[in-house]
Design a protein around this ligand. Structure first.
Ligand SMILES: Nc1ncnc2c1ncn2[C@@H]1O[C@H](COP(=O)(O)OP(=O)(O)OP(=O)(O)O)[C@@H](O)[C@H]1O
Length: 542
């Protein structure tokens, strides 16, 4: 498709060259009062006009189609990279750098494809036009003899030379005055994305903010972003007006430059009107194609900063997680930890577990003061914590992790329950049974209702939905991080009884600060002062 578009642009330039030659014939005939020749020349003009417009329209259409296909392809590749090796998680939690990945995937990729296609194709067309009309200017321009400081100089093709020097001179001045626009544009996109991210944060946490009456603090936070945008915007405006001023001044004075260049020909009476019209057309085309860089200066600046941001994104997502914590995938049930050291991101020691064997079907409660590393231990087991070293052996395909706040994507309740699998994986009876087991019978009728479940369900109901997911999936190894913390005593008892009844052979490692679930866990792993102490209090077999 790209080759066809480039081919069409060559044809388009050829028709422009043909129009120039036609102009010369036509005006020479007109000023010689040869009416018949003028009439005879008209039909071919109309025919070439149709061809030229056809090329233009087809080229524009194909460019749009190609641009969309390329964007979709790029976005799929970026999404695949973003969602592999938990890059999306690492980018949010500090291990990998890269701000606002959402903006890079949604906006930057779109801008990159549209701008680079347009810039690339226009650039090719500008070069083709430049070459084609340079030949015309060279042929028609002739030479000039100058005397400078007593030296006699013969300049061939002086018209072409004059045009090139004037245009390149203006471009250099423009680069000097507006060069910093690239940096300013890059910063602008960064600040814009920050404002959007903060607004998204406000939307997500609207209830917490409303309870705390945090409007004032939020206004301050958003104003700070706005101030950054306004400060940087002033630089963007300054560099843009400078570049625009030079560009526009040059556009306005271009005709005068041509007249000055043609003075020697006029003085020598060596210029017909037909020749003038052809030279004028060629001059405009050469100037326009050389000016392509100048006219597209701001777009080129945007493209450069977009490419810079995408390059950063690619470098981040393609850097594999570097960790000395080895996860061994076993098909065996249970969990084995050997000489596991977990560090804080700044390098300080958080926790050391010399050895821990959790046998099939055992249930362990992990306890410890706030900040002792309970959640970090679960992150390491899930392969999400990179700082530290040691060995963890488990069957990841048969494991399931429940964080304190369940993720409830927008969609039908059926889809929420089946997540991350497809909703048609289970039948209605199965969904009804698990909702009954977690005391959410009144939600059975809402299985096909589409809602923002995150906002609709109470935290306790959301936690019960997460437990219902476990009952649907029936994992061999279950990790729960305060997964029943929002439940009342009755529901806590009911949920644990349901887990025990439905999954008697499942190995469970739970974190809880509450006394409620203690009876459910015969074993305890206490984290204290950076060490782990295992205690088996009663019969550990299910
Ligand atoms: N991404 C992170 N960057 C820096 N420090 C972190 C990060 N994640 C956790 N920590 C630190 O590691 C320590 C252990 O955190 P962790 O969440 O594991 O504690 P916890 O025992 O689960 O606490 P709680 O009972 O309050 O949930 C804390 O001091 C915490 O500040």
């Amino acid at each position: 498709m790209l080759a066809t578009i480039v081919g069409l642009s060559f044809v388009y330039v050829r028709t422009a060259v043909w129009f120039g030659r036609w102009n010369q014939h036509f005006f020479d005939a007109m000023f010689a009062y040869r009416v018949e020749t003028c009439l005879w020349l008209l039909p071919t003009y109309i025919g070439v006009c149709v061809l030229s417009s056809g090329c233009y329209v087809l080229q524009a259409y194909l460019t749009q189609v190609l641009s969309m296909r390329w964007r979709l392809w790029n976005t799929r590749v970026y999404l695949r990279q973003y969602l592999s090796d938990t890059a999306y998680y690492r980018m949010e939690h500090g291990a990998a750098t890269g701000d606002n990945p959402d903006q890079r995937i949604a906006d930057d990729l779109s801008q990159m494809t549209v701008l680079s296609l347009r810039m690339g194709l226009d650039g090719i067309q500008a070069v083709t036009t430049l070459l084609s009309f340079s030949v015309v200017l060279w042929d028609l321009g002739g030479s000039i003899d100058l005397t400078c400081l007593g030296h006699h100089i013969h300049v061939s093709g002086y018209l072409l030379l004059g045009t090139v020097l004037a245009t390149v001179g203006a471009s250099v001045i423009m680069e000097k005055l507006g060069g910093a626009l690239v940096e300013a544009d890059y910063r602008q996109q960064h600040f814009d994305a920050d404002l959007r991210a903060d607004l998204l944060d406000l939307r997500r946490n609207s209830e917490q903010i409303a309870f705390m009456r945090g409007e004032g603090a939020e206004t301050l936070r958003l104003s700070h972003n706005l101030r950054n945008i306004a400060r940087n915007w002033r630089s963007v405006v300054t560099y843009t007006w400078r570049a625009n001023f030079v560009g526009d001044l040059f556009n306005g004075t271009a005709s005068i430059i041509l007249w000055v260049l043609l003075l020697p020909k006029l003085a020598a009476h060596a210029l017909t009107f037909g020749e003038y019209s052809r030279i004028n057309a060629a001059f405009m085309q050469v100037r326009r194609s050389l000016q392509w860089f100048m006219n597209n200066y701001t777009d080129l600046a945007t493209l450069r900063s977009v490419l810079q941001r995408l390059h950063e994104f690619e470098r981040t997502v393609s850097t594999p997680p570097r960790t000395r914590i080895t996860r061994i995938d076993t098909q065996a049930p249970g969990l084995d930890i050997r000489d596991l050291v977990l560090d804080r991101p700044d390098g300080g020691r958080l926790l050391h577990i010399p050895e821990l064997h959790v046998g099939a079907g055992e249930r362990w409660l992990v306890r410890g003061a706030s900040g002792s590393g309970k959640t970090t231990l679960l992150r390491a087991i899930a392969g999400l914590w990179e700082h530290g070293h040691g060995t963890i052996a488990l069957d990841p395909g048969d494991s399931m992790f429940l964080p304190q706040r369940a993720y409830l994507p927008q969609g039908s309740l059926r889809a929420v329950l089946a997540y991350p699998h497809a909703p048609d994986r289970h039948d209605d009876a199965r969904y009804g049974a698990v909702l009954h087991a977690v005391n959410l019978d009144h939600h059975v009728a809402r299985l096909d209702e589409d809602a923002q479940w995150d906002a609709v369900l109470s935290p306790g109901e959301a936690q019960r939905i997460a437990i219902a997911r476990v009952l649907l999936r029936r994992p061999g190894l279950l990790f729960m991080d305060e997964a029943t913390s929002a439940l009342d005593a009755d529901n806590t008892r009911r949920i644990h009884a349901a887990l025990l009844a439905a999954l008697p052979r499942t190995t469970i490692l739970g974190i809880s600060h509450h006394e409620g679930p203690c009876a459910f866990y015969p074993c305890e792993l206490r984290l204290e002062g950076g060490h782990a102490i295992a205690r088996i209090s009663h019969d550990i077999r299910p």
